[in-house]
Design a protein around this ligand. Structure first.
Ligand code: PLP
Length: 224
């Protein structure tokens, strides 16, 4: 499989200013990633820690690696030296561990809180009430100068896997509402990323205010 350059150019022109395209390269080869890198692309997303570590070693250092999968607490240490943005934070304990590992690496790590808006039971993430509680706590911790090595930069969510575009639209619109609510509570300069939209639904996500889309199969072809 090689990169679909036509799709890449088309998507980039659809996104416009201020929207980041994360090229989701999970299960794709080093040479696929290198091909997109050579076109000037720098933001790549991976779901599996082991796979990400191996790729990171073999690819250029200025790639911004996004971790978009479910992150177990005991794996944070492997990503801490280099990861650019962790999209899937859904517990305070995970945030604490990210803070601890970031401190060890002498850096500040950027994260997004994952919100569960889809109808499927299996997906990870906070619900609306949990988010508001967490946002209030975060505001408090900042005032207390705790969690100094971790920054919460916004929200991430996935819509239901369905053909029903009005349901997807409803879910993204709800996510945007939560994002606006959380913004007023957290009040940190960098709380400004809304990561939503994948190959099948990014256009609906953009209509609802997404400023970061995570696209895999449209760029790299279907995964096995
Ligand atoms: C795999 C994945 C994507 C990309 O999915 P495509 O349908 O291939 O675009 C985006 N976000 C997350 C969280 C994923 O796991």
């Amino acid at each position: 499989m090689t990169v679909n350059i036509e799709a890449y150019e088309r998507i980039r022109s659809e996104l416009g200013e201020g929207v980041t395209l994360v090229a989701v390269s999970k299960k794709k080869s080093i040479s696929d990633i290198q091909e997109l890198y050579d076109l000037g692309h720098r933001d790549f997303g991976e779901n599996y820690v082991q796979e990400l570590i191996q790729k990171q070693l073999l690819l250029p250092n200025d790639i911004k690696w996004h971790f978009i999968g479910h992150l177990q607490r005991n794996k944070v240490k492997y990503l801490a030296p280099f990861v650019h943005l962790i999209h899937g934070v859904d517990s305070y304990q995970l945030l604490e561990e990210i803070n601890r590992q970031a401190e060890k690496n002498n850096r500040i790590m950027n994260t997004l809180l994952q919100i569960h808006v889809a109808t499927e039971e299996t997906k990870f993430g906070l619900d609306g009430t949990e988010l508001i509680t967490m946002a209030k706590d975060l505001h408090k911790y900042k005032l207390l100068n705790q969690l100094e090595n971790v920054t919460v930069c916004g929200l991430m969510g996935m819509a239901s896997q369905t053909e029903d575009s009005s349901l997807i639209n409803k879910e993204f619109s709800y996510l945007k509402t939560l994002f606006d609510d959380a913004t007023t509570i957290i009040r940190q300069g960098c709380f400004n990323i809304l990561s939503m939209g994948m190959s099948s639904d990014y256009k609906i996500a953009l209509k609802n205010g997404s400023n970061m889309v995570r696209i895999g199969s449209l760029l790299f072809g279907e995964r096995n």
